[in-house]
Design a protein around this ligand. Sequence first.
Ligand SMILES: [Zn+2]
Length: 89
Amino acid sequence: MSSRSLGPTLIAVGFGIIVIPFLVMFVLAIGPLGWALLGGAVIVLGIVVSLRESTGYGDVNRTNRTNCDDCGARIDADADTCEYCGAAR
Ligand SMILES: [Zn+2]
C-alpha cells in the first residue's frame, strides 16, 4: 500500500520543490504593497460573494411565499395550485 501511494507523493514533492522557490520569489517580489493589494482583492471577493449570497436570500424573502395547506411545501402565496402536489388553494 505504501508503494502505491509513494509515486503520487514523490510527484507532489517534486512539484513542491519546483513551485516553492517561485512562491518565495513571488512573495519577496510583490512586497508590502503587493500583499495589501492581494489582501484587498480577497476582501473585495469576499464582499462580492457575501453580497451575492445575501441577494439570493433577499429574493427568496421578497417573493411572497406560503406553505401548501395540503403537503406543506413552500409555494408562491398567489399561486392557484401547489406546484408540488397540485392541490388547489
Ligand atoms: Zn402541496
